[in-house]
Design a protein around this ligand. Structure first.
Ligand SMILES: [Fe+2]
Length: 229
């Protein structure tokens, strides 16, 4: 998918708040400074399922670090281009992928959660429910596979539901860190952060408890909006 196509999707707007949309300020470069998106709810809003302290640290420290890291990596790559010195291009390319992955996935993660009184939890309905049933047998089977994939993430990483462009299939994959083991030509529509910083304060090493709580704040309407048209 080229950039124009990506930006034409609703997903792009959700994933890239104010990042790519306000570009074109640097001559004809499509790049700009990435910024930390505001949460669509307060840090306390997902209590008791996700505690406020975890949300605050996760958003204001961890996600912020990915935004800063992405800006730094892109600035270094631009410098290398200007000086024609690509000695560190491998290093900065990896940094750009790692931090860029972190920025995109966290931006998605905040948007697919909501307080239970404002759209979080319950069960998917409509088109999304039909697609989950067609792809996984039932919504319950989808949730079991997604939960199993999340619990089994080795070290730090994510479980991600992707909408594949070539055939419209929904597939569940893991991502190591923020950017490894993923695939191409898909749109991520639902993701759960399995880094310890996402759950350790409240659940310590009990990943299953974290996931059982997390399903109560999944915003299924947003997940459906994230599907590629
Ligand atoms: Fe995270």
């Amino acid at each position: 998918m080229d950039r124009r196509t990506f930006l034409a999707t609703g997903t792009a707007a959700a994933l890239m708040p104010a990042a790519l949309t306000a570009s074109a300020a640097q001559g004809d470069s499509p790049r700009t400074q990435h910024t930390l998106p505001s949460l669509p709810y307060e840090y306390t809003a997902l209590e008791p399922f996700i505690d406020a302290k975890t949300m605050e640290l996760h958003h204001s420290k961890h996600h912020k670090a990915y935004v800063d890291g992405l800006n730094k990596a892109e600035a270094e790559i631009a410098k290398a281009r200007e000086s024609n010195d690509f000695a560190l291009i491998e290093y900065w390319s990896k940094k750009a992928a790692f931090h860029g992955g972190g920025h995109a996935l966290h931006s998605l993660f905040w948007n697919i959660m909501a307080p239970p009184a404002k759209g979080g939890g319950g069960e998917p309905t409509g088109t999304l429910a039909d697609m989950l049933t067609a792809n996984f047998g039932s919504v319950e089977r989808f949730k079991k596979q997604f939960t199993a994939a999340a619990i089994a993430v080795e070290g730090s990483g994510w479980a991600i539901l992707h909408h594949r462009h070539s055939d419209g299939a929904l597939i569940i994959l893991q991502a190591e860190n923020q950017h490894k083991l993923t695939t191409w030509n898909t749109t991520p529509v639902l993701a759960v952060d399995m880094w310890e910083h996402a759950y350790y304060l409240k659940h310590q090493n009990r990943r299953a408890d974290y996931l059982a709580a997390w399903w109560n704040v999944v915003n299924w309407q947003q997940v459906q909006k994230n599907l590629k048209p």
